[in-house]
Design a binder for this molecule. Structure first.
Ligand SMILES: Nc1ncnc2c1ncn2[C@@H]1O[C@H](COP(=O)(O)OP(=O)(O)OP(=O)(O)O)[C@@H](O)[C@H]1O
Length: 249
């Protein structure tokens, strides 16, 4: 379980408060989709969880232990993809496995190959990131996180640079891998539809400084025809009503 307890984050030497009293209790295997207006601190929240940004109050625990890259495997897909420009696509994908000292055996290589194939980046494996389009870089970053099989997966608008059809295919692939690996996931998105399609829960944040307005159960997650169900329409309407009321003050 990931527990975020009373977390505040400040920037600029404690001058500007970015996040106020964030509390989340995320059971293992849940997907929390986070929606919030631009600049409300969503990326900052993922950075605080992954240890890239310090928090001034509260605590963040993963399985009852203070979260840290030393004790946990944290998969992060940042907004800028975080690829090393001097390494090939394949070496970028291998990087976190090497850092974690994981054995790269035949099974690992087959798994990497399958994931690259599904993400349609296998032919790009010897390319360098600066030769790739935004959508291709995004798929490499996704592959890298998926092969790591992390304790927790943090994704900052992971599908935003993909065309509509590729996005739907990769959302599908994400759900398949999530089911196989039961990965606890936090996902930031600006798309209400994506939050409903992927989230087991949907978190709505306030304008800056960011706090949590509400956490909704998402009944659509368990449904077969997710994109076209009546439940989808109902929860989308509910989310839009909350956004209209809370974001336009
Ligand atoms: N390193 C930093 N130093 C100072 N201020 C920062 C830093 N990073 C972000 N901020 C500020 O913190 C606030 C929250 O930024 P953050 O990127 O977390 O928002 P966000 O909700 O992810 O935005 P978006 O949806 O536009 O990506 C913004 O006002 C931003 O300018």
């Amino acid at each position: 379980m990931l527990e975020i307890k009373n977390v505040d984050v400040f920037y600029d030497k404690n001058q500007s408060e970015v996040l106020i009293d964030i509390n989340l209790q995320i059971k293992t295997g849940e997907i929390y989709a986070i929606i919030g207006p631009s600049g409300c601190g969503k990326s900052t929240l993922l950075k605080a969880i992954s240890g890239l940004t310090p928090y001034s109050k509260g605590e963040i625990l993963l399985n009852k232990k203070k979260i840290s890259a030393k004790h946990h495997t944290i998969g992060l897909i940042p907004q800028n993809y975080g690829l090393l420009t001097w390494k090939t696509v394949f070496d970028n994908i291998l990087l976190p496995l090497n850092i974690k000292g994981r054995q790269i055996d035949k099974t690992t290589l087959t798994n990497i190959d399958e994931i690259m194939e599904k993400l349609e980046i296998r032919l790009l494996k010897d390319q360098f990131p600066n030769k790739l389009s935004g959508g291709q870089k995004q798929r490499v970053a996704i592959a890298r996180a998926f092969v790591l099989q992390p304790d927790i997966l943090l994704m900052d608008e992971p599908f935003s640079a993909l065309d509509a059809l590729t996005r739907e295919n990769i959302q599908e692939l994400f759900l398949k891998i999530w089911k196989e690996q039961n990965i606890t996931t936090l996902l930031i998105t600006h798309s209400v539809e994506e939050a409903i399609y992927l989230g087991t829960k949907i978190v709505i944040m306030s304008p800056s400084p960011g706090r949590i307005i509400t956490i909704l159960d998402n009944p659509v997650h368990k449904i077969e025809n997710k994109r076209t169900s009546l439940e989808h329409l109902q929860i989308a309407t509910n989310i839009r009503n909350i956004m209209t009321k809370e974001w336009k003050k």
